[in-house]
Design a protein around this ligand. Structure first.
Ligand SMILES: Nc1ncnc2c1ncn2[C@@H]1O[C@H](COP(=O)(O)OP(=O)(O)OP(=O)(O)O)[C@@H](O)[C@H]1O
Length: 664
């Protein structure tokens, strides 16, 4: 620094145990900030900035940069060589951290204020995912007390992507983060498939929340007066419309989710029946009935199976899965619950066979789960189990104390050890406690201190609603690229977010650290098709070779891929991907049959949609014009596919190229 101080910055802070002087400053500490933001024009007190590379315990490189002497223009970014070395490295199947080379525009986002919603728009390869993950680590550092209790949720587009980013936060020493995708957002449900685009669009509409609410309402006292209950004793009670209306009003007042108000319903209903029977049994008017008699009789009625059947009819325990299967499996019910949809949309929603849950079913199930709440009966049983467990722990702790103290007389067992059996038992429980991530994942209705969403352009309104439920404080970081959206229509952040988020801050990332400029030039043509007003991010480097576009016979594609993949895997230790329409993948996968498992670990097959967020050193894109019906969504997916490569891109096609690439 210009005051002669010298600081070492790393992934975590280390102190001299005796003097307490800092040996290594955490990259997130305020002191470290100048390392990332200093430029020759604004050195911020920094005289020399060096990046020290290590391999194991050996220093492998030192790249220095003298800021105060450098007269080069203000690029707003740091030492080009350390950065260039980082971005030119071979990729593995896991993303790594960028602590050594965070750039100025990224640093600003990572350290942005926690409160409110921040939207980060950035083209392919601009570091949105990297920034989102480092932001998670940063907010945990800055707000450790609160966030280590409440947890941070990161939502990615699919399980493959979660695997790809899974090592970044542990490498930064953070484990109070829950990583999930919509597929597994709701405990107990795993979505295994994607719906067609038009189906997903309808399922994602905000209106559907109302349809789910209507479906729940139709399960509550779904009978008409007169409703007759015959008990095991053959006595009958007839409820008229006033009785039913009274029950409905009483239940509305509980303001609890449907399932959670079941015990209240049981009590209120049994009391009503008890009162009625006591009145019939000779007492003239209902109001004269002794309340104690009613309570006692209602308790007896709890043993009556026929009454229990009536309760199941009037207030059934319903699971989210049952509710949504029922709703989507019954055209008539759907028409009654979703009058806001037209016939064409409703037809798209109806499921004729049990095909398993799709990703776009999850927000519907989540909506149902929020309205239904937990089935209280297992919870009641669990509480009873817990009480019994506590008693056992206490007994055990008392036993331990007795052994240690050698005294058996003291009531609280405190003599000799200074601790009571309760304290010892509690301490044991405390040691067994789950991490915040484990607790948050297991507990439905958990709300997080901060939520980060990657590929946020893919959120449907209903999916956004499900996430907002998980963070009522609306402390969100949403990162994404509108131009990579799979939605069928054109979209922008305002259309996507404003209906549910009245205000948000917006930041932009503009430099592409992944894709070489030659490939990006090609991708920019596609972007011009998507939206001529947009400009592609600027690539930070060139590969020296442009993308290769080859027309091949359909029958030879498998052979061609086998050759290229084989050569690449021999010559490089990087990653290789084959991207093609999902329909073509089974045939293409045969290209790597017989490759050794260690090589196969570095090969990936998938559709453009699956490739979202991922990157590979070499990419072969097969038959980009396979689907002749093309809309803006296909163009955006082509844009995604073209921007996955860090080194080389080859396009193989037997069908004509899509119009976006015509003439190249
Ligand atoms: N400051 C940086 N230093 C070194 N590498 C970086 C930096 N920023 C980003 N990268 C690298 O650039 C690549 C692209 O980053 P990332 O995947 O975060 O981009 P993205 O904006 O999420 O892309 P996409 O929209 O295509 O998913 C990654 O390999 C990442 O590690």
């Amino acid at each position: 620094m210009d005051d002669d101080a010298e600081w070492f910055i790393g992934r975590m802070g280390l102190f001299d145990p005796e003097s307490r002087d800092p040996l290594l400053v955490d990259w997130r500490a305020p002191l470290s900030r100048a390392f990332y933001t200093a430029t020759p024009l604004h050195p911020d007190g920094v005289e020399v900035r060096s990046t020290i590379g290590t391999r194991g315990w050996r220093v492998s490189s030192v790249v220095g940069e003298e800021l105060s002497l450098s007269a080069a223009g203000d690029t707003g970014s740091m030492g080009p060589s350390a950065l260039m070395a980082a971005v030119s490295q071979h990729r593995t199947d896991r993303m790594s951290d960028i602590v050594a080379t965070i750039q100025g525009e990224q640093d600003r986002i990572i350290r942005a204020e926690l409160r409110g919603t921040l939207v980060v728009q950035g083209g392919p390869g601009t570091g949105k995912t990297a920034v989102a993950l480092h932001r998670a680590a940063y907010v945990l550092y800055e707000h450790r007390d609160r966030l280590s209790r409440e947890g941070v949720l990161i939502v990615g587009p699919n399980p493959d992507f979660l695997r790809y980013i899974s090592e970044v936060l542990p490498s930064l020493g953070e484990d109070s983060v829950v990583l999930t995708s919509l597929h597994t957002l709701l405990p107990g449900v795993v979505a295994q498939r994607e719906d067609e685009r038009d189906v997903a669009e309808v399922k994602g509409r905000l209106d559907l929340a109302k349809a789910v609410e209507n479906a729940v309402a139709r399960r509550e006292i779904p009978v008409r007066a007169p409703f007759t209950i015959t008990l095991e004793s053959d006595q009958t009670v007839v409820l008229d419309s006033r009785d039913l209306a009274g029950l409905r009003t009483r239940m509305r007042r509980t303001r609890k989710p449907h399932n959670e108000s079941r015990p209240t319903f049981e009590r209120v209903f049994r009391e009503l029946v008890a009162r009625r029977l006591l009145s019939i049994a000779g007492r003239s008017v209902e109001v004269d009935v002794d309340p104690d008699d009613v309570t006692d009789f209602a308790e007896e009625l709890a043993l009556d199976d026929r009454l229990a059947d009536a309760i199941d009819t009037l207030w059934p325990i319903v699971s989210p899965e049952e509710l949504i299967s029922g709703l989507l499996g019954d055209e008539k019910l759907l028409a009654a619950c979703a009058p806001m949809l037209d016939d064409r949309d409703r037809v798209l929603l109806v499921r004729t066979a049990d095909t398993g849950w799709s990703v776009s079913d999850v927000p519907l199930l989540d909506e149902a789960a929020a309205l239904l709440g937990e089935d209280p009966r297992p919870a009641m049983r669990a509480r009873a189990r817990e009480r019994a467990e506590r008693e056992r722990e206490l007994e055990y702790a008392q036993g331990v104390l007795d052994l240690y103290t050698d005294t058996t007389t003291d009531d609280d067992g405190s003599e000799g050890t200074g601790v009571t059996a309760e304290q010892l038992a509690a301490r044991q429980r405390h040691d067994d406690r789950a991490t915040v991530a484990e607790r948050a994942e297991g507990e439905s209705g958990w709300t997080y201190g901060h939520v980060i969403v990657d590929e946020a352009q893919e959120l449907t309104p209903l999916a956004l609603r499900a996430l907002l439920r998980r963070c009522p404080s609306r402390s969100f970081t949403l990162v994404g690229d509108i131009n990579q959206s799979s939605a069928a229509h054109g979209s922008d952040w305002d259309t996507l977010l404003r209906p549910q988020l009245r205000s948000y801050r917006r930041e932009e990332l503009t430099v592409n650290y992944r894709t070489p400029s030659e490939i990006m030039d090609l991708a920019a043509r596609v972007l011009a098709h998507i939206d001529p007003r947009q400009s592609a991010p600027t690539s930070i480097r060139s590969a020296g070779v442009g993308p290769e576009i080859r027309r091949v016979a359909y029958d030879t594609t498998v052979h061609e891929i086998r050759e290229r993949a084989g050569r690449f895997l021999d010559e490089s230790d990087g990653t290789f991907a084959i991207i093609a329409d999902a329909e073509l993948l089974p045939r293409l996968r045969t290209a790597t049959e017989g490759f050794p498992p260690s090589a196969l670990d570095r090969v990936w097959f998938g559709s453009p949609r699956d490739a979202k967020g991922l990157e590979f050193d070499e990419v072969v894109l097969v038959e980009p014009g396979w689907r002749s019906e093309r809309g803006v969504a296909e163009s955006r997916e082509l844009y995604v596919a073209l921007t996955r490569a860090t080194q080389r891109l080859t396009i193989l096609h037997s069908t004509p190229l899509p119009p976006e690439l015509a003439g190249v």
